[in-house]
Each structure stands twice: as structure tokens, then as C-alpha cells.
Design a protein. Structure first.
Length: 403
């Protein structure tokens, strides 16, 4: 990876850490101000709602404007909004409804930012380097997901909400500066004669109808997310209620999940040198299903952690394969929209699955049956993926040098 890719990855890490700072700090602030669990939960919902509302708009923006400019603008906007929230909190954070509105506006930046980031990568990396870059992005993303909340909690505890949110603003500003230093990024194809609504419709058609390989790579993660979140939504409840795990034992299980995610992403990048991406998605999904079934007899924390480690490794390999596949096959003029649309579709079942997980457990009190259903569903999806158009997906042929 050259310096431009390292700067982009560093900016992504810093901006991602900034996202986690406000995602944790603002709900904690609302809880302190109101003492309301409902109010805190409502803020969490508001912070995640923009992903469903604005993802496809973010994809259209990424395919219309210079992607480097989109990233810089997004980081600067986030820095300004976070600074405004810090000042509002310093002034007393009243009325509280305005804090909700500001949190929603700040959270709306990320779905406008992410498609530009993902679709910028192929402009900076050769096709053979994309698996490695995507693996490192996944590792960075998972690392931020693990470290970001810890950083936010430490900041709130040690320096208070105002300084925490000021650090949040500074993180976005630093990310913008790093992206400004990246040079030589080609501009996207002209959008003359196109409309935003037309761009969104074109992306939906491309993802769900026009390209069978991309359609499969969009629908398979959607199905997988539904069934894995039937498990993930109740994992802490399951470990404490069914097995009486202590907090440190639960920490071991979560740590092994993280190890699996990192190992799977790195292994996926290596396997893509030898295995076609569609087949790797299929095999990874099947292995993930077997790991879910292995949770049923597992009792010891290390056994449960090992099963989750394999499951997260399989998911990590599949995510890297899917991202690389899209960057290889999707035309640049559509790439931002395809990433945004596929991401929105893939994540859309998570709220329903999380709610259903609680209802099922409260009604039948049988998590092992849920493990069996989810594991068999992942196995079936893996078989379907191996028989789908994904099996025909291949990397692009190396460019032939001019004579």
C-alpha cells in the first residue's frame, strides 16, 4: 500500500473513532439529563436511523462529485456540528429536544460519507491489491468498533462531556486534513443530464435486477444479517442466563469474536489470490453456519468463544470478498451507489431481527433452537450462494501493456 492509501485508512480510523465518541457520549448525556431509559434508547435509534434514510443519497453524491471532496466536506461538516454540540452542552444542553435534533444531524453525515470512502479505494489501488486493502479496512473498522466506545467512556469519565465532544470535533478535522493531503484522485464521470432520483433508481435496478452477481452479493448478506442478529441481539442474555458467565468470562467470548473477525479478514485477503470471490462467500457462509450449530453443545467459555471466533472469521472473510467483488465488477460511475444501496439492504433486517430475538426468547425460552435455525439458515444460504451467479464471479484480467 502506498502513502495515499495509508492516509485514507488513517483518516477512516480517526473519523470512525469520532463517530463512536458521539454515539456513546450523547446517550450517556441524555441519561444524565433525563434519567430516562426510553429517552436514551430513542437517541440511540436516532443515531442509527440516518443509515436507512440517507444511504442511497450518499451513494448518489459519491458518484456525482469528486469523492475526495465529498470526504473532506463530510469531515468538516461533522467537525462543525460536533463543535456546535459541545458549545450547546457547555451552555446547559437545554432544551433537550435540540440535543436530539443535533445528534440526528451529526449522525446523518456518516451514510453520506461511507459510499465515497469505499468507492474511492479502487482509484488508489490496483485490482490485485484490493483484497489486502479491504482486509485492512475491515480490521480497522472492527478495531474502531472495539476501541471507540472504550475511548469515549474514558473521555466522558475523565474530562466531561464538553471536552469529549471537542475532542470529537478535532478528530473529524484531523481526518479532513489527512484526506486533503491525498493527491491525484480522478474525478467521477459527469452526471450531466442525470437526477438524484434517477441515480437512486438506477442503483436499485443494478443491485436487484440488472447484474445477477451483484444481486446475489446484495441479498446474501441481508439474509445472513437477519439470522446472525437473532443470536447477537441476545448473546449477553444467553451467556448470563443459560451459563451464568461472569463479566470477565463474557469479555473472553467477546474478545475471541474480535480475534476471529481480524483473522477472517486477513485470511480472506490471502484466499482471494487462489479462490474466486463468489465461492469464498459461499464457503465462508457455510462455515459460519456450522459455527452457529457448534454453539448448541458448547458450555465452557473457551468453547463458546471458539465457536463465535470461527463464526466471526467466516463473516470477516465473506465481507472482504464481497467488497472486493463489487470493486472488481461494478463500473466506477455506479460504485458509490452500489456500495450504499447494498449496505442499506444488508443492514435493513437488523432492527427486526433484534426485536424478534427478544420476543422469541421471552416466548419459548429456547436459545438453542434459535442457534439451530440460524445455523441451518446460514448453511442453506451457503449452498444457495455456491449455486447462484456468484459462482461465475472472477477477478478482472490484468491490463495488457501497450505495444
Amino acid at each position: 500500500m502506498g502513502p495515499r492509501l495509508w492516509m485514507l485508512l488513517a483518516a477512516f480510523l480517526i473519523s470512525g473513532a469520532g463517530n463512536w465518541i458521539y454515539r456513546l457520549a450523547l446517550p450517556l448525556l441524555v441519561l444524565d439529563l433525563t434519567g430516562s431509559a426510553v429517552g436514551t434508547g430513542a437517541l440511540y435509534a436516532l443515531e442509527n436511523l440516518p443509515l436507512l434514510l440517507f444511504s442511497m443519497l450518499g451513494g448518489a453524491i459519491a458518484d456525482r462529485f469528486p469523492r475526495r471532496l465529498v470526504l473532506v466536506t463530510g469531515d468538516v461538516a461533522a467537525a462543525v456540528i460536533a463543535s456546535g454540540i459541545a458549545l450547546f452542552v457547555a451552555a446547559g444542553a437545554r432544551p433537550v429536544w435540540l440535543l436530539y435534533a443535533l445528534a440526528f444531524v451529526l449522525a446523518s453525515v456518516e451514510p453520506l460519507y461511507y459510499p465515497a470512502f469505499r468507492s474511492l479505494i479502487p482509484s488508489l489501488a490496483t485490482p490485485d491489491l484490493l483484497p489486502t486493502v479491504n482486509a485492512r479496512v475491515h480490521v480497522a473498522e472492527y478495531g474502531v468498533n472495539a476501541v471507540g466506545p472504550l475511548l469515549a467512556g474514558v473521555l466522558v469519565e475523565t474530562v466531561g462531556y464538553e471536552i469529549t465532544l471537542a475532542v470529537n470535533a478535532a478528530s473529524f478535522a484531523l481526518s479532513a486534513l489527512l484526506i486533503l493531503l491525498i493527491r491525484g484522485v480522478p474525478a467521477p464521470e459527469s452526471a450531466a443530464g442525470r437526477t438524484i432520483l434517477g441515480d437512486v433508481r438506477e442503483a436499485l435496478r443494478y443491485c436487484l435486477r440488472d447484474n445477477p452477481i451483484i444481486r446475489a452479493s446484495t441479498l446474501i448478506p441481508m439474509v445472513n444479517n437477519f439470522f446472525v442478529w437473532l443470536l447477537l441481539a441476545n448473546v449477553v442474555f444467553y451467556l448470563t442466563t443459560y451459563h451464568s458467565y461472569t463479566p470477565d468470562q463474557i469479555g473472553v467470548v467477546f474478545a475471541m469474536q474480535g480475534v476471529g473477525a481480524v483473522a477472517g479478514a486477513l485470511a480472506g485477503a490471502r484466499l482471494l489470490r487462489r479462490v474466486p470471490p463468489g465461492l469464498l462467500v459461499a464457503w465462508s457462509t457455510a462455515v459460519g453456519g456450522l459455527a452457529m450449530l457448534a454453539l448448541i453443545p458448547a458450555r465452557h467459555p473457551l468453547a463458546v468463544g471458539a465457536a463465535w471466533m470461527v463464526q466471526f472469521a467466516a463473516a470477516g472473510a465473506s465481507i472482504v470478498s464481497t467488497a472486493t467483488l463489487r470493486q472488481w465488477l461494478v463500473p466506477d460511475r455506479l460504485l458509490g451507489r452500489v456500495f450504499a444501496t447494498a449496505r442499506m439492504i444488508a443492514w435493513s433486517p437488523i432492527p427486526l431481527a433484534s426485536l424478534l430475538a427478544g420476543v422469541v426468547e421471552s416466548t419459548w425460552h429456547n436459545s438453542h433452537a434459535t442457534f439451530a435455525i440460524s445455523g441451518v439458515a446460514w448453511l442453506a444460504t451457503g449452498v444457495a450462494a455456491a449455486r447462484s451467479p456468484l459462482r461465475d464471479a472472477r477477478p478482472p484480467e490484468p491490463a495488457t501493456p501497450p505495444p
